[in-house]
Ligand binder design. Structure first.
Ligand SMILES: C[S@@+](CC[C@H](N)C(=O)[O-])C[C@H]1O[C@@H](n2cnc3c(N)ncnc32)[C@H](O)[C@@H]1O
Length: 257
């Protein structure tokens, strides 16, 4: 199935994944039992189309492993060598290393593709969607997480975007915004998940640059934003729960992209 592996200099913001792969899972907000509950709720929706699922930007596979335990057949793809090595160490198997913009697969190799926390990172998200359309028979599903309250990472990104005079500091489009560009065929609210991190610990991880979104931020700007977050009391507020939504686009709908 693998045709070739593309070696390219990663964009600067992707270096964060190479450097922080080993702490990626510890610093995320979902506990093992929440991930399992997430997977059990999602699996029946993936089984509607069934077949082989390409997970684009799978990272260390924190979503791949519980879904596999629920019987979903997944092929995790990622571009970062560090994330793949860490994922393998944690028991994620079947990785393909490659670039989402030029998927190393033949046309129609998969039944469907899945995106989670990925599309905001790519400079040309619609090119990725077209690649997904090429390699899938049924179409695309995406899972989005929407915080039910103000979260320190959202506030940080908002302040950073203001600082840069932009709407968002990311080059791409969050999965939930793809739904406003191309209306999906199906949208379901799956569940609400709770964050198990402590706010103060989260802020310390942010200060340490443990999150890729802080990596390319100049030290002086980063310091100022973190001071503002503390001044606004984000180290003392509980982290908000998030609503998880499932979005599905058929191959036919993706023809409009
Ligand atoms: C925020 S992480 C999310 C990982 C996983 N989906 C999760 O939520 O745990 C994004 C992942 O996308 C990968 N990535 C970024 N750009 C990519 C590209 N163009 N092609 C393939 N993977 C890419 C990164 O290496 C990283 O592992």
């Amino acid at each position: 199935m693998v045709m070739e592996e593309h070696e390219e200099a990663p964009q600067p913001y992707l270096r964060g994944f190479e450097l922080n792969a080993t702490c990626f899972e510890e610093t995320r907000g979902l506990s093992g039992s929440t991930l399992q509950q997430w997977a059990e709720t999602l699996a029946p929706h993936l089984q509607v189309w069934g077949g082989l699922v390409l997970e684009v930007g799978a990272g260390t596979g924190r979503f791949t492993r519980p879904l596999t335990r629920c019987g979903v057949q997944l092929v995790p793809l990622d571009r970062s060598r560090g994330m793949i090595l860490e994922g393998r160490r944690r028991g994620t198997s079947g990785y393909v290393r490659g670039d989402a913009g030029r998927l190393p697969f033949r046309d129609g190799a998969f039944s469907q593709a899945m995106l989670v926390h990925f599309l905001h990172l790519v400079p040309d998200p619609l090119a990725v969607v077209r690649e997904v359309r090429r390699v899938t028979q049924r179409g695309l599903v995406a899972i989005s997480f929407e915080p039910q309250g103000e979260a320190p990472w959202s506030r940080y990104l908002e302040l950073l975007a203001n600082d840069q005079g932009r709407h968002t500091p990311f080059p791409g489009l969050p999965e939930r915004d793809l739904a406003s560009v191309v209306p999906p065929d199906e949208e379901i609210e799956l569940l609400t998940v709770h964050d198990h991190r402590h706010a103060d610990q989260m802020l310390r991880w942010m200060e340490d640059h443990s999150y890729s979104f802080t990596w390319a931020v100049p030290a002086r700007v980063h310091r100022r934003l973190m001071d503002q977050l503390r001044a606004e009391g984000f180290d003392r507020q509980p982290l908000p729960p998030s609503k998880v939504r499932f979005h599905r686009w058929s191959a036919q709908t993706l023809m409009r992209v």
